[in-house]
Design a protein around this ligand. Structure first.
Ligand code: PLP
Length: 397
């Protein structure tokens, strides 16, 4: 009869291990692993691929990290419990008291809070710049010693591009490392590390997983930097759960085909509503009227599934449009198979004042659309009907 003290327990636990190769990674719920006569020194020397305790590493989590590492083209990728865990752990690994950060003003709202409210509590100063203005970067980076530059490939929700190669050059010349959030653009469109970014962070909650059913983050960089970040992840505790890692792995299997369809539908919607009288502007990097169209064509020719529409009539009309939409769901987040619509003033950027939103390029009437996998004709009909029903037609501009 076996008991919890049965010396054959490990043998029992592995007796069912399949003799053939599974096509999908098993979900390893195990928190701890037999040491197999190794010492802790052996295991920690083994680095990123050793499994011994779940907060340090997990085989399912490692399986999900590998496709992202390949997509981003970096030496290593570390998964975290959320995109914010990826960003905060990275910044708190690379920075220390007394350091200065230069960051783009238009970044995800919670990242802005981390930069403006949390980092200063630890003696780190943060100077904000217009992310799409190289002179602004140049000036701020030259203003004094600087440890780190931070921006998003495609800003949320302004869809302003970060000229990664140029900013990396400026940051490196100033002695700073460049960290880029690639959540909106995704490695389908841009590989920031190939353009000179030192670390790529992203919310895997969005396009990478693609089904709005998990929260996860990723940090990609060279092996030494990822080891440093991993050491802090162990002490800060933001490790990814293996069940979420499995769903992320599964979502990644369809990443490329999802993005092909989603980016093509978004470009179609952008072109179709851009000429309307009741639309102030459509912001989409694929359009020739995007202020950085040339950079977009060179840096991310495969486009984006994100689309920003500034409707005439301000935030009140934007909300009215949201309420009329039937196929787009009014919800925060992005990057899933379902199309989502939101007003940043009422979701991702609610914590900013109207003045700060305006300074970040988010005008009244801004609608953010994340285009999903639905029939593009039906999506266009839905958006058109919602604009028409809320007073569309001549005279709005
Ligand atoms: C650009 C960007 N970065 C980071 C995050 C944070 O990701 P998570 O919600 O997975 O923590 C978000 C979330 O919306 C985002 O849009």
């Amino acid at each position: 009869m076996s008991s919890h003290s049965d010396p054959g327990r490990m043998a029992d636990a592995t007796a069912w291990t399949p003799r053939t190769t599974p096509l999908v990674p098993p979900v390893y719920h195990a928190v701890t692993y037999g040491l197999d006569d190794k010492s802790y020194d052996d295991i920690t020397a083994g680095g990123l691929n050793e499994t011994w305790y779940g907060r340090f590493s997990n085989p399912t989590v490692m399986a999900a990290a590998e496709p992202i590492r390949r997509l981003e083209g970096t030496g290593a990728t570390l998964l975290t419990a959320s995109g914010m865990a990826a960003i905060s752990t990275t910044l708190l690994t690379l920075l220390q008291a007394g350091d200065r950060v230069v960051a783009a003003r238009a970044v995800y709202g919670d990242t802005r809070d981390l930069l403006n409210r949390d980092l200063p509590r630890f003696g780190i100063t943060v100077d904000l710049v217009d992310g799409d203005d190289l002179d602004s970067w140049r000036e701020a980076l030259a203003a004094g010693p600087v440890a780190l530059a931070y921006g998003e490939t495609l800003a949320n929700p302004t869809l302003a591009l970060l000229d990664i190669a140029a900013v990396a050059g400026l940051a490196h010349a100033a002695g700073a490392r460049l960290v880029v959030d690639n959540t909106f653009a995704t490695p389908f469109a841009v590989r920031p590390a190939e353009l000179g970014a030192d670390v790529v962070v992203e919310s895997a909650t969005k396009f990478l997983s693609g089904h709005s059913d998990l929260i996860a983050g990723a940090v990609s960089s060279d092996v030494d930097t990822i080891r440093e970040v991993q050491r802090r992840l162990v002490t800060f505790g933001g490790c990814l759960d293996p069940a979420a890692a499995y769903l992320l792995w599964r979502g990644l299997q369809t990443f490329e085909v999802r993005l092909l369809r989603q980016t093509s539908s978004a470009a179609r919607l952008a072109d179709a509503v851009a000429g309307r009288d009741d639309v102030v502007r459509v912001v989409h990097p694929g359009r020739p009227d995007h202020p950085q169209h040339e950079l977009a064509a060179a840096m991310m020719p495969r486009g984006t599934a994100m689309l920003t529409v500034e409707v005439a009539g301000g935030d009140r009309r934007a909300l009215a449009v949201l309420r009329e939409l039937r196929l787009f769901t009014e919800a925060t987040s992005l990057g899933g198979v379902e199309s989502l619509a939101s007003t940043p003033f009422n979701s991702s950027h609610f914590s900013l004042s109207a003045a700060d939103r305006a300074a970040a390029g988010i005008g009244p009437g801004t609608l953010r659309l994340s285009v999903g996998l639905e029939d593009p004709d039906a999506l266009l009909a839905d958006l058109t009907a919602a604009l028409d029903a809320t007073g569309g037609g001549p005279g709005w501009r």
